[in-house]
Ligand binder design. Sequence first.
Ligand code: 5GP
Ligand code: MN
Length: 338
Amino acid sequence: MNSETTTTVKNLLNTPKKIVIIGHKNPDGDAVGSCLGLYFFLKELGHAPTVLMPNDFPSFLKWMPGCETIQLYEKDQKAGNSLIDEAELIFTLDFNHLSRVGDLQQPLETSNAQFVMIDHHQQPDTYAVATYSDTSMSSTAEMVYHFIKALGGLEKLNPEIATNLYTGIMTDTGSFRFPSTTAETHRVIAQLMDAGANNAEIHQNIYDTNSPDRMKLLGIALNNLTILPEYRTAYITLTQQELDSNNFKKGDTEGFVNYALSIEGVIFAVIFIENKQENIVKMSLRSKGDFSVNEVARTHYNGGGHINAAGGRSSHSLNKTITEFISILPSYKNALNQ
Ligand code: 5GP
Ligand code: MN
């Protein structure tokens, strides 16, 4: 965090404040971990923070310290609106644009509070009085560690902060394997372990708590895998019916797309998930190397993200979405075969 942003934030946090911390819609491990890590740090500083999420988060995150305090806007809009009305300061974490918070967008756009953004996505918007944006960072959770350090707060690190930040970094780096993982990421992880993050327990809580239903759904997803060798592309589809017949719960499809990307020679992978309730097809896009799925998601799917991991949506049927997807691949043929 640069010195100008640090000074602005220090001034904002000079006196005890009512603070709301917001993560993106469909919160992932980094959104929940960074928000809760910041929550415990702000409490240590004597503020009154609340974490408010647009909607619910997956059950494999529901052991994280403090997760029971998280308010869900989809569950109680009135309570969420009063939190925002009363907030003097609003932190927005792990997203770059207010369109990423679903129904929370409108109350945030009309709020009189001052905003601080901490985020690692490309093309950050400019609504905040203090913007800490760094697209080279592995995760927003790693940025919250640097944020705490910049404010001279490392002695406030406790097991709750450390466990949440460790989890955010671990989930956003695919357990420290994506290229966004740096030597500095590992140094931060070491500090978090010193402060009380239990690595073995965290990995087990996240990765070894699958339901039998999720395993069956993974079987169906892998059965639906299509490989397009001339485009070094692989994709997976899941229909609403396939989700329903396996008792789908939020988070069950997390990571499925990585199986498509794990195929030798494949550098571009997509999962298309039908969502009849929202009348969309939700997509997760992944790549290896220089092929930018952020660009694909922004250009064709009203989405975005990072070079190697992005998301988006289509408002067509699943079949039409697939047909259209296959029709845009020729325009990427060169990029995919470099
Ligand atoms: P995932 O595929 O795991 O949901 O998301 C991968 C990355 O893309 C994450 O960094 C996530 O924040 C971002 N992302 C996912 N969906 C969207 C979307 O609809 N719009 C934008 N701008 N980013 C998204
Ligand atoms: Mn993130």
